[in-house]
Write a protein that binds this ligand. Structure first.
Ligand code: 3SL
Length: 246
């Protein structure tokens, strides 16, 4: 597991799949958006790119430091996509950390999006692929964060327990143990997280609660030709966090 995009170059070995995580809130919002009908999300790293798409008539969301960027109609609240009908639409999105991480990982053959909301279905799919997999956390401005580490640890824990995967990095072992000590009381554990405190000031508790709840959105976004789309997937076997906890 790679804890921040700035460390990504250290992990560029023979990984065939990269799972990008930004639990609060980019990858949770992307997963919800595709599940609730958005057809494609084009992730862009900079505000300038977002502006140029807006000028071409695209629907564009832009967030920086947790807030909607001036001149844009929305940011990355998952509820924007659930409460408004955006069925069949293409949305362009830029966020502080998440969309940057997705772009950085874009050099890999397969990039999928992970969050707590899609934990079990994502793990089932990863186990069926059975390929070398890197979990890339978006972190916060190249610093480690708790929520992405715990989500990465949950994915690692489930995959390792499936006995199809081995863990080669100490970062993954550490994330796994962090997840194990947090899983019974995730919400109170994450109360301490710096980003949750940051978001608290913005009064978006509803978003935070949604993003910290596991297995509410059975959708796996996958990057194809520069855009995220919903992967068509019916699990053959479900790997679940509950199963692994026994
Ligand atoms: O960092 C990101 O990409 C964002 O998701 C941050 S926030 O949740 O909107 O603050």
């Amino acid at each position: 597991m790679c804890y921040t995009p700035s460390q990504y170059h250290l992990y560029q070995e023979d990984f065939e799949i990269v799972v990008v995580i930004d639990v609060l809130r980019a990858t949770s919002a992307i997963t919800a958006a595709l599940h609730y009908g958005v057809e494609r999300i084009i992730p862009v790293a900079t505000i300038d790119e977002a502006i140029s798409y807006k000028e071409k008539g695209y629907i564009v969301g832009a967030e920086r430091d947790g807030q909607v960027v001036e001149g844009f109609d929305f940011g990355n609240s998952p509820f924007v996509y659930m409460d408004n009908d955006m069925s069949g639409k293409t949305v362009v999105l830029t966020t502080t950390n998440g969309t940057r991480a997705i772009q950085i990982a874009g050099d890999r053959k397969t990039v999928v999006i992970g969050c707590l909301n899609n934990l079990d279905i994502l793990c089932s799919w990863l186990a069926e692929q059975h390929k070398n997999t890197l979990i890339l956390a978006s972190g916060w401005k190249d610093k480690v964060n708790l929520e992405d580490t715990i989500c990465g640890g949950a994915i690692a824990d489930i995959l390792i327990e499936s006995q199809k995967f081995q863990c080669v990095e100490d970062s993954t072992v550490a994330a796994k143990f962090m997840y194990r000590s947090a899983r019974e009381h995730l919400w109170s554990f994450l109360r301490a997280s710096s980003h949750r405190r940051r978001l608290k000031k913005l009064n978006i508790q509803r978003d935070v609660k949604f993003c910290l709840t596991a297995n509410t959105v059975p959708c796996i976004p996958i990057l194809r030709d520069g855009a995220l789309v919903k992967l068509v997937y019916e699990p053959k076997t479900w790997l679940t966090a509950e199963m692994m906890a026994q």
